[in-house]
Design a binder for this molecule. Structure first.
Ligand SMILES: Nc1ncnc2c1ncn2[C@@H]1O[C@H](COP(=O)(O)OP(=O)(O)OP(=O)(O)O)[C@@H](O)[C@H]1O
Length: 206
């Protein structure tokens, strides 16, 4: 992956699953959250976004999922312009964002049925989601994101509310999906997770 102004752009670069060219998001009339950001992330690898609160990690993830427009620059995710309303895009990209939510009335099994995926081993109680602890809810959200078919996985602070054992489990899930050829972009404040899974790190600075 390249980050900075050294990327040379061709029409198609073999193996690149996610790319940005000259990406910028204007924060207000005078300040750029980030600008001139170039990325080229190969299939089967993980890019970690790090930086302090307010640096723009979630904003960049929203741009990658198409829920926020960048002010300037171009993005391609699995060859597509990010657009969460596009069925082919949603087939390729799975997400856990900071506003991802469960259906409170649905049990874990019903969540997997709704996603149309086989229920994975999870050890969660078969109760409506509103009866799960914060960490159990987070695990269910994570399992939903990982279990959905994807070529690209976007994760915003997946470590939140997850205990020490769960963080190891999470690192294993990320490395497994990378091993199957998926590309992961992860925003995280937890450096042991970044160290365990990231092939590339971009630090955003406010
Ligand atoms: N909906 C919004 N409207 C206006 N400004 C926003 C909005 N969402 C975020 N911002 C601003 O954009 C900047 C970056 O926020 P962002 O959530 O991307 O940072 P972050 O790096 O993910 O932070 P954290 O580590 O706290 O999650 C902040 O200054 C924030 O106030």
């Amino acid at each position: 992956m390249d980050c900075g102004n050294s990327v040379r752009w061709g029409a198609v670069r073999k193996g690149v699953m996610l790319s940005a060219e000259g990406l910028g998001v204007l924060l207000d009339a005078e300040r750029w959250l980030f600008r001139e950001l170039d990325l080229a992330v190969p299939a089967g690898s993980c890019l970690a976004l790090v930086g302090p609160n307010g640096a723009g990690k979630s904003t960049l993830l929203r741009c990658l999922y198409g829920t926020q427009d960048a002010t300037e620059g171009t993005l391609r995710v699995d060859g597509q312009k990010p657009d969460e309303r596009s069925a082919p895009f949603r087939r390729s990209v799975s997400v856990l964002m900071d506003d991802s939510a469960l259906f409170d009335e649905y049990t874990p099994r019903q969540h997997f049925e709704m996603l149309g995926v086989e229920e994975p081993e999870h050890g969660l109680p078969e109760v409506p989601a509103r009866g799960l602890s914060a960490g159990q809810r987070r695990r269910l959200l994570l399992l939903g994101a990982f279990t959905r078919e994807h070529r690209v996985l976007l994760l915003d602070e997946p470590e939140r509310a997850v205990d020490a054992a769960g963080r190891e489990w999470l690192a294993g899930l990320i490395n497994d999906t990378k091993g199957r050829g998926s590309t992961v972009v992860l925003a995280s404040h937890f450096s042991p997770l970044v160290d365990a899974v990231a092939d590339y790190v971009v630090e955003l600075v406010p």
